[in-house]
Write a protein that binds this ligand. Structure first.
Ligand code: CUA
Length: 158
């Protein structure tokens, strides 16, 4: 079969790009362990207030885990609990959040933390706050008339 040399060049370029892409994706997923947040952890959305750890929202020190603190948030129309929380500078924190009613967002402005909170599911994110200051948490999923008023605050302190 005769193939024009440009055709051959583009074919090699195309297959090469595909291989590079799949290699980067594979290393990221299997070696670096980058995965989408778990959607396997579930909860009865009507019993959030009585289910641990959501019966005690806020920051808690934990022992013997890969992270130092667990920061529990419960979202409901149109607020977060806690409405404001202090986190020690440099601590490795696992954020654990869910919603009691409809879908809410959980975006920590100025960071790469951006989760969707779905009724019946638990959203988690592990992070280290290595900059002091105030971080605004906003809801970025339209959830009703009070959507724009939904916010919380993380204060990173030394
Ligand atoms: Cu909650 Cu928008």
């Amino acid at each position: 079969m005769h193939m024009h040399k440009f055709e051959k060049a583009w074919l090699i370029f195309g297959i090469g790009s595909l291989l590079v892409f799949l290699t980067v994706l594979g290393v990221s997923a299997f070696y670096l362990g980058n995965q989408p947040p778990s959607c396997l952890a579930t909860i009865d959305p009507e019993k959030v207030d009585t289910t641990a750890p959501f019966n005690e929202p806020g920051l808690k020190k934990v022992e013997g885990k890969d992270w130092d603190y667990e920061l529990v948030f419960v979202a409901s129309a149109f607020s977060y609990s806690p409405a404001s929380v202090e986190v020690p500078y440099g601590a490795k924190v696992k954020i654990i959040a869910t919603t009691k009613d409809v879908v809410h967002g959980f975006e920590v402005a100025g960071s790469n933390i951006n989760m969707m909170l779905e009724p019946g599911y638990i959203s988690e994110h592990i992070t280290t706050f290595d900059k002091t200051g105030e971080y605004l948490i906003v809801c970025n999923e339209y959830c009703g008339v009070g959507h724009h008023m939904m916010s919380s605050k993380i204060k990173v302190v030394k």
